[in-house]
Design a protein around this ligand. Structure first.
Ligand SMILES: [Zn+2]
Length: 376
């Protein structure tokens, strides 16, 4: 079906696995973390800088791009890769998640969702067919099926109804996607935190047949324990030989726990968003650069990090530019955060290859438990 899209698992350690997803635009080493380029940019980063952090693939948002600048316009400029100057793989979401978050601004029917743009109030419609068309116009390498993600808390009955609608939409997405060699279509498992519903969803999706499978409906406020509870069994309900993608995750310890449970791909705005609000993620956990303790500190964020922010700038400088509202603050902290996330993924991949994932995870938690370096 997709003759230039393939996935190979090279090593396993417990439930965790490492491998390579091959696409027309290059290889994606798994487990992979995908930075989010919401509006055709990873905020505060040049695409070549994102690449330098070690990212093999970016995520683009159908909802945002269809509203501004419009999928047809991007197609006229040769697709999203050319438009944003990123020639490596791109995964686009289906728009479903963002549309559902619009609350009263949207209307849901069996056909799809109509909604008012958050930008200018104009009316739009998203259906499985339109979502497939938009993602084709964008030229994304990995296309996501159009689904509904119910807002939690929700009754089990409404989660079940929503999951079954998503499975009907998954079939419509598959039909509308057609045969596009070199491009992959991923289905999305739903079912909230109820095992029977997750099983029913996995069965429906594998019956339709996809190039990869996402675990949706998590990281929506249920908490890490409930999320890991689902991840203890959900990856095992999906085909062993296809990639598994956990959408919208997460913090570094969420990522480590998900990889340990058999997840191959993740995305999250967290490293880039935190970079713009003065939050840095390091091996020692999270720190806030605006705190006064950094204002006379000549040391880097992390002396062992090789990113430009840590190689050439002190905590005192990063503190100053954040306080002064200078753009370089968001640029340097985002770079560091993305670099840290990719470093973490590289460490996980190596540990799985070498069969020492448990030791790696123990070190990861021990280092964080020690907290940030003490103030001078
Ligand atoms: Zn750094």
């Amino acid at each position: 079906m997709s003759d230039r899209f393939s996935f190979a698992v090279n090593a396993r350690d417990g439930q965790a696995r490492t491998g390579v997803l091959q696409t027309m635009r290059g290889d994606i080493r798994t487990p992979a973390f995908m930075p989010v380029g919401t509006a055709a940019t990873v905020k505060a980063m040049l695409p070549e800088s994102v690449r330098e952090t070690g990212a093999d693939i970016l995520l683009g948002n159908t909802y945002h791009l269809m509203l501004r600048p419009g999928a047809e316009r991007i197609a006229r400029f040769g697709g999203l890769h050319d438009f944003m100057n990123w020639q490596h793989p791109i995964l686009t979401d289906s728009g479903g998640f963002q549309v559902m978050s619009l609350g009263p601004l949207r209307k849901l029917t069996e056909e799809g969702v109509t909604f008012a743009s958050h930008i200018d109030g104009s009316r739009h419609e998203l259906t499985p067919e339109r979502s497939m068309e938009i993602q084709r116009l964008l030229g994304s390498d990995i296309v996501m099926a159009f689904d509904e993600c119910p807002a939690l808390p929700a009754t089990e009955e409404s989660v079940a109804d929503s999951m079954r609608r998503s499975m009907r939409w998954a079939q419509r997405s598959r039909d509308a996607f057609g045969d596009r060699p070199g491009h992959a279509l991923f289905g999305i498992m739903q079912g909230g935190v109820t095992r029977e519903l997750r099983e029913e969803s996995a069965q429906a999706l594998t019956g339709i047949g996809f190039d990869g499978y996402a675990i949706g409906g998590l990281a929506v406020g249920e908490g890490q324990e409930a999320m890991f509870g689902v991840l203890d069994y959900a990856p095992g309900l999906l085909p062993q030989d296809k990639p598994r993608y956990l959408m919208g995750v997460g913090k570094p310890d969420d990522i480590v726990g998900a990889v340990q449970r058999g997840v191959d791909m993740m995305d999250c705005v967290l490293p880039s968003r935190s970079g713009r609000t003065g939050q840095a993620w390091t091996r020692r956990g999270q720190l806030n650069i605006k705190n006064a303790r950094h204002q006379d500190d000549p040391r880097p964020l992390d002396e062992d990090c090789t990113c430009p922010a840590c190689r050439s700038y002190s905590r005192a400088y990063l503190h100053h530019v954040f306080r002064a509202g200078e753009m370089i603050s968001g640029m340097l902290l985002t770079w560091h955060n993305l670099h840290y996330y990719q470093d973490l993924m590289g460490g996980l991949r190596d540990a799985i290859s070498q069969g020492r994932l448990n030791d790696f995870i123990a070190d990861f938690h021990a280092m964080r438990a020690g907290g940030d370096i003490p103030p001078l």
